[in-house]
Design a protein around this ligand. Structure first.
Ligand SMILES: [Zn+2]
Length: 440
């Protein structure tokens, strides 16, 4: 038996190529897919829909779910553990010691559950992760019903997940088929950063990526310090090295990119690299500024990520989108750059494109998966509504997300999570906090 639902919002923001904003239309979900988008006047002539569930959303805009292209989901258990310090001190003195002591399969399961529940509640339907135990992460996402790209992490140094680059790589290869069995999960190769992965494993990653057509998810040019150290030690900027190793191509999702020279931007455009911009993490760690306006002028695909909750400190893509829009304008010295449409694209379809999922998600179009959210504009901060698109970027709080569907399944209905026990997830997070604090 197929299941159909009719969603009747005030507006449908399709985020299709022509960025159509529809009124007087209904969207029909059949099982996991968008079956039709039709004028509400035509609903009467569709007897096949008589048994459908009807969802009336009179003050709402229906839009694609947010795609968060850079996270370390399990790190939500370390939200607030160390703040107000620069990246390398934060990593060396706080995050890496805490990780080596505490991270295990249960930590990942509980941390990912906290992150996934937060993301669904705030309108994110798909995210791209990089962390240890990607198998546990993937199973947890499948169980909770959120779409995810599971980053198969690679480093040179030992952690609880593997001892050396070869072992990280062999674990990654062994997991690819297992992850592909999970309908909501896609595998992604995730070398941590140029300064933590040496040439040989990076060459192998470039080879596997092209043979298996897998995205490569990597922190690149996050800080000036990273670039300076690389130049000092090798005489090369990291991006140039990645280019020589064969990694600059449309499979690469380069995260952060706060240090970019004109020629590097041209090279990114030529090679079709995607840039995952994480404005709040970059601001909080004072890492620098990604030149989004310049990238967009070269038609480079820029998408958005929150980074982990330990460096943001939330996983709120509405907040991220607004910060990206404001920062982009400020940095470019131009109020017209990073406009509302571009910002919504960065948060949705551009992310889907970077993850290789644009055929399935990222916009509301017939045949795509029903990954979508409704935003309720009836509250004080979003009235009156001249322009729903501007309202979403500049005025909306993510707590106004009232409904979420992922793969056609209702995950949030009238502000309530339908099948996720938030109380249990919070209890477990508090138990981890106690453990981490008592043994610091
Ligand atoms: Zn990161």
């Amino acid at each position: 038996m197929t299941q159909t639902s009719i969603i009747k919002p005030q507006w449908i923001l399709t985020v299709n190529d022509s960025f159509d904003l529809l009124t007087g239309h209904a969207l029909i979900i059949e099982d996991d897919e968008i079956q039709a988008i039709i004028p509400t006047a035509e609903l009467g002539s569709r007897p096949d829909l008589e048994q459908s569930e009807l969802v009336e959303l009179p003050n709402h805009v229906l839009m694609p779910g947010m795609v968060n292209t850079h996270t370390h989901a399990a790190m939500s258990l370390m939200r607030g553990i160390a703040d107000d310090i620069p990246l390398m001190d934060w990593l060396n003195e706080h995050i890496w010691p805490a990780e080596s002591r505490w991270v295990d399969r249960q930590f990942i399961e509980d941390g990912v559950a906290l992150a996934a529940a937060e993301m669904i509640r705030h309108g994110t339907t798909c995210f791209n992760d990089m962390y240890f135990f990607p198998d546990v992460m993937a199973q947890t996402c499948q169980r909770m019903g959120i779409r995810a790209s599971a980053g198969l992490i690679v480093l040179d140094f030992p952690t609880i997940w593997a001892q050396n680059a070869d072992e990280y790589l062999s674990k990654a290869m062994a997991l690819i088929d297992e992850l592909r069995e999970l309908p909501l999960v896609t595998p992604v190769l995730a070398p941590h950063a140029p300064y933590t992965v040496s040439d040989q494993p990076l060459q192998k990653i470039a080879m596997y990526s092209s043979e298996l057509d897998l995205p490569v998810h990597m922190h690149v040019h996050e800080t000036q310090h990273e670039v300076d150290e690389a130049v000092k030690n090798t005489g090369q900027r990291p991006l140039e090295r990645l280019d020589q190793l064969g990694l600059l191509n449309p499979n690469l999702i380069a995260v952060h990119m706060t240090q970019l020279q004109e020629m590097e931007i041209e090279r990114l455009a030529e090679t079709g690299v995607h840039v995952a911009h994480c404005p709040e993490s970059n601001l909080k760690l004072a890492s620098g500024f990604c030149p989004v306006d310049q990238l967009q002028q070269q038609d480079i695909n820029v998408c958005l990520g929150t980074d982990g909750a330990a460096s943001n400190n939330d996983l709120d893509m509405f907040g991220e989108m607004r910060t990206a829009a404001l920062l982009g304008k400020g940095l470019a010295g131009n109020a017209s750059s990073c406009n509302a449409e571009q910002s919504i694209r960065m948060a949705t379809i551009n992310g889907a494109r970077a993850l290789g999922l644009a055929e399935r998600i990222g916009s509301l179009e017939v045949g795509k998966k029903a990954d979508m959210i409704a935003v309720d504009f009836s509250q004080l901060n979003t009235q009156p509504v001249y322009d729903p698109v501007a309202q979403l970027v500049y005025a909306t709080n993510s707590l106004q997300v009232s409904h979420v569907w992922i793969d056609g399944k209702s995950k949030l209905q009238d502000y309530d999570l339908t099948d996720i026990d938030a109380v249990e997830i919070i209890t477990r997070a508090q138990q981890w906090q106690q453990k981490l604090q008592e043994n610091q």
